[in-house]
Ligand binder design. Structure first.
Ligand SMILES: Cc1ncc(C[n+]2csc(CCOP(=O)(O)OP(=O)(O)O)c2C)c(N)n1
Length: 288
């Protein structure tokens, strides 16, 4: 399904988005690099391989809906959208600036293509369930994707929304859970144990798939399989590495919500650029 050339293109795209994230958050002096870098491959797969969308018509009525319930990782969504053609890449520099559409958390008022404002954990999934139910009632064929964090699901509201999703057999809803094992102030399972997580979702009548959140082939297969489900909502538990791509940030919860200093950003960009050169070299070989 995914040939080597396409996979390498996605890796290149993800690398560029990771570089954008580092630059944006460093320029803003605040933001959330850990989850943003960890979910980059998922957002890349969605925007460059899966979503039914039109960057030139962001509010096209038939578009798939993407709700970022873990709204704090929005830098990755802004970067993916800019690279997909929604707005000029230079605008990424305005992250968190007064008057910019690119607020620190998604703001529908400032940027309607966000689908819903989010940031208060647990609320986005409730909106996503409502949108999926509305699609069914209106006999619309678009899918609703909802991204969530593993710390986020400590919120009881999430589980109330899941109950409703199963009750109405919302097979048009795909939840993608960022299972990165960190949250704001520690390891997720020390703050609040979640395991056995897949069994919990199964008990809530979800179709459950677990993937390596950095393997495009696994991600794309699972997203496609979600589309075949006829009677249940789907959750894809994506095992990810927070801070992925920047060694000193990886798996360290201190990078949940801290901006790198300029010299740290340089180190991060040097590492990502090295990886980019290798990927470009592979691209040339594959093109022969
Ligand atoms: C209702 C609510 N409570 C607290 C917060 C503050 N907060 C923002 S992110 C976060 C941790 C979320 O953890 P997780 O979903 O695992 O995100 P990750 O660290 O993986 O990015 C918290 C507690 C919030 N945004 N909303």
């Amino acid at each position: 399904m995914l040939n080597k050339q396409k996979e390498n293109q996605l890796k290149i795209q993800a690398n560029i988005i990771r570089q954008d994230i580092i630059k944006m958050i460093t320029a803003a002096g605040s933001g959330h690099p850990g989850g943003s870098l960890g979910m980059t491959d998922i957002l890349t797969a969605l925007y460059f391989g899966v979503l039914k969308h039109n960057p030139k018509k962001p509010l096209w009525p038939e578009r798939d809906r993407l709700i970022l319930s873990n709204g704090h990782i929005v830098p990755v969504r802004y970067a993916a959208m800019a690279r997909a053609g929604y707005f000029p890449v230079q605008r990424l520099k305005t992250l968190r600036k007064f008057g910019s559409p690119l607020q620190g958390h998604p703001s529908l008022h400032d940027f309607p293509a966000m689908e819903c404002s989010s940031g208060p954990l647990g609320q986005g999934i409730s909106v996503a369930v409502g949108m999926a139910l509305a699609a069914k009632l209106n006999k619309k064929s678009y899918r609703v994707y909802c991204l969530m964090g593993d710390g986020e699901i400590n919120e009881g509201q999430c589980w109330e929304a899941y109950l409703l999703a199963a009750k109405y057999k919302l097979n048009n809803l795909t939840v993608i859970l960022d299972r990165n094992n960190i949250q704001i102030d520690g390891r997720s399972d020390e703050v609040m144990p979640l395991n056995p997580l897949a069994a919990k979702y199964r008990a809530f009548n979800f179709k459950v798939m677990t993937v390596n959140g950095h393997n495009f082939s696994e991600i794309l297969k699972a997203l496609q399989a979600a589309g075949w489900e006829r009677s249940k909502p789907t959750v894809i538990i994506a095992r990810t590495i927070p801070g992925k791509g920047v060694t000193y940030m990886e798996n360290d919860y201190q990078w949940h919500g801290n901006a790198p200093k300029p010299e740290q950003a340089k180190e991060a960009l040097d590492q990502l650029n090295k990886e980019l050169l290798t990927l470009q070299h592979v691209a040339k070989k594959l093109a022969k």
